[in-house]
Design a protein around this ligand. Structure first.
Ligand code: S3P
Length: 165
């Protein structure tokens, strides 16, 4: 099984993903890290040299590969669930949406070098956040909320045990 975590930048996908993977004895993989390793470029370099559209294509190629894994928790880039073709691919995973508030996400991303954050104002980032909620909900099989990562992880584990029974 592949568990894919989605949500806005800074919602805690990688932090929760590492905890969940450890609790389940699964592998953990972050799609951005996978792209950086396969391209031998950082995400800001890919945006700067080749543009966002090319990055989105790399995200598609990456998720097509990563859903073939088993016993793996994947942290998706915040923009990945937007494209319809990615939504299709994500049907092969159990998708969890981490529903964090914009302010909580913003606090964690405002001083980072994420290209989208560098290019936009706080107001624009808030608009993108609002636009994306419907996409995250559409791909999600399960939604977690709050700031207690261990509690979110155990909510996911409990739910999985129930549905897999
Ligand atoms: C993006 C989110 C980033 C990364 C890229 C674009 C987005 O991932 O994929 O900078 O469009 O929301 P995180 O959500 O892990 O920060």
């Amino acid at each position: 099984m592949v568990i894919a975590l989605c949500g806005y930048m800074g919602c805690g996908k990688s932090s929760l993903g590492k905890i969940l993977a450890q609790n389940l004895s699964f592998e953990f993989c972050d799609v951005d890290d996978y792209i950086e390793q396969t391209q031998k470029l950082t995400i800001p370099q890919i945006f700067a040299c080749y543009g966002e559209e090319y990055f989105r294509h790399l995200e598609y190629l990456a998720i097509c590969e990563l859903v073939k894994e088993d016993n793996t928790v994947i942290s998706l880039g915040g923009g990945l669930p937007i494209a319809d073709k990615n939504k299709q691919v994500l049907k092969n995973a159990f998708v969890v949406y981490i529903d964090a508030t914009f302010e909580d996400c913003y606090k964690r991303i405002e001083k980072t070098d994420r290209p989208i954050v560098k290019q936009k104002t706080k107001e624009q980032l808030n608009i993108i956040y609002n636009d994306r909620i419907a996409h995250y909900k559409k791909v999600a099989n399960f939604i977690v909320k709050g700031d207690d990562l261990q509690k979110m992880s155990s909510d996911i584990e409990k739910y999985l045990k129930e549905v897999l029974q």
